[in-house]
Design a protein around this ligand. Structure first.
Ligand code: PHE
Length: 448
């Protein structure tokens, strides 16, 4: 402990919790379905551009602010930019975290249903059509998805009340390597499926005619969502980093591993989609309808299916914990609440909105705002609007307003290596010009 604040204790812990926040449903559920809707290869290529050209510098920006101030999002801006309007980033972050956790918990709830289904052998249903119908019936059934959403949030609660170090760090250390391993096994298996090459072609061969303003906006939103970026989540986490953590290294490692997991998920899903005659543009249901048919083909399918959904469930938990932590740190440090009260409040808000999102596949299906259900609206507004706006402001703030000496001190960590200095220069350049201009351009292009 330093200054009475919790800190992550080991080097591996720092990377594992940050990657733990980044890796989750965003990679394994959201990336394949977004890529499926938005034309595969072209989407992946754009996504890679956004991850490395905008994502990595903005991760660094959040890390700099977080470790320099050692505070939650709101207080952080009060310290680095007292009396200035930059603090609005904190509110954007709070709002985005509330919206994301609400629809995210619904999907995490689906993984819990699928753990249960794995143990009961999907009641003997193995055909692709049968599994489709089963998912549709489940998602539309109201009480069951709502119940899982609430249960998922209760799991979240149990870890959160135990605090940062005991709960989050320990879990991430074990989970992340295990998830990686199982993904690699499945990816290898998918490559043996009959239409594997068609799937890989879809994912890796960009068809540039598919690029539209929506695709570009979607790829940018996906980069922000998947990296947990633009809402101050990484400010909050890096406020628990020690002085020893190399910020640039951690930023590149997080972006690299996170992208690798998304690509692996694509390598698992798309060969299966084409081999089983399914539709790549099926939307949020894609992964849940396709994966069980992949497992059905494996020897010991029940075991694989259960193992996968358990890991996915746990990976979701490490992500939702990081979203709640934004709110909890804020309630505690800005509103003087105790950890238990702050946790109660954060989980309660998520439960009310989460149940609303769960029901948008059932009885609230006709409640449309701007043509979108509550679930789709929360996803769209947070990923495609709030996170990029947060990223835009963060890059402008660190690029133009924050003292250069703070940036250099945080990023270099006392090193005087020449190429590291150059890298810092490159990151600052991206934060000043490339990131804000690109984000703005995507918005303007999207509105045309
Ligand atoms: N990055 C997480 C995922 O890919 C989702 C997330 C978004 C977590 C924003 C925290 C903040 O699943």
């Amino acid at each position: 402990m330093e200054n009475g604040r919790a800190q992550f204790s080991t080097k591996l812990g720092v990377v594992a919790v940050t990657v733990g926040s980044a890796v989750g449903l965003g990679n394994i559920w959201r990336f394949p379905f977004e890529a499926g809707i938005h034309g595969g290869g072209a989407f992946l290529l754009l996504n890679l551009f956004f991850v490395f050209v905008i994502g990595v510098p903005v991760i660094c920006a959040e890390f700099i602010i977080g470790r320099h101030t050692g505070s939650n999002v709101r207080t952080a801006f009060r310290k680095v930019a007292p009396g200035k309007a930059w603090g609005v980033v904190g509110f954007i972050g709070l709002l985005a975290s509330i919206l994301i956790i609400s629809f995210y918990s619904v999907v995490a709830g689906w993984t819990m249903e699928y753990i249960y289904q794995s143990f009961t052998g999907f009641s003997g249903v193995h055909s692709v059509e049968g599994l489709h119908d089963r998912f549709d019936a489940f998602a539309a059934s109201n009480w069951r998805p709502a119940m899982w959403t609430v249960l998922f949030l209760l799991c979240n609660y149990v870890i959160l009340v135990r605090g940062v170090e005991k709960g989050i760090e320990k879990m991430s250390n074990i989970l992340m390597p295990l998830l990686f391993l199982i993904l690699i096994i499945f990816a290898v298996h998918s490559l043996t499926l009959p239409a594997a090459s068609e799937g890989l072609e879809f994912l890796f061969n960009p068809d540039f005619s598919k690029i539209t303003p929506r695709v570009v906006l979607g790829a940018m939103g996906q980069a922000f969502f998947s990296l947990s970026l633009g809402l101050g989540c990484l400010i909050t986490y890096s406020s628990y980093f020690t002085r020893k953590t190399g910020l640039m290294k951690t930023a590149f490692l997080t972006a690299g591993l996170d992208t690798l997991v998304a690509v692996l998920a694509g390598v698992i899903i798309f060969p299966a989609v084409f081999s089983f005659g399914q539709e790549p543009a099926a939307g949020p249901k894609l992964v849940f309808e396709v994966l069980p048919s992949v497992f059905a083909n494996l020897p010991g399918s029940m075991f694989w299916s259960a193992a996968f959904f358990v890991l996915l469930f746990l990976a979701s938990l490490t992500s939702t914990i990081s979203m709640s932590e934004i709110q909890i740190a804020y309630f505690m440090e800005e509103r003087n609440m105790r950890r238990s009260g702050a946790t109660n409040l954060s989980v309660l808000i998520a439960m009310v909105l989460g149940v609303g999102c769960a029901l948008s596949f059932g009885c609230l299906g006709n409640l449309k705002i701007g043509g979108m259900t509550l679930f789709n609206l929360f996803d769209y507004v947070s990923s495609n609007i709030l996170l990029p706006v947060g990223g835009f402001l963060l890059s402008l703030f660190v690029g133009w307003s924050l003292k250069r000496s703070i940036i250099v001190k945080e990023l270099l960590n006392g090193s005087d290596s020449r190429w590291q200095r150059r890298l810092v220069g490159g990151i600052v350049f991206c934060l000043r010009f490339i990131a804000p201009v690109c984000i703005l351009a995507v918005f303007v292009y999207g509105l045309l």
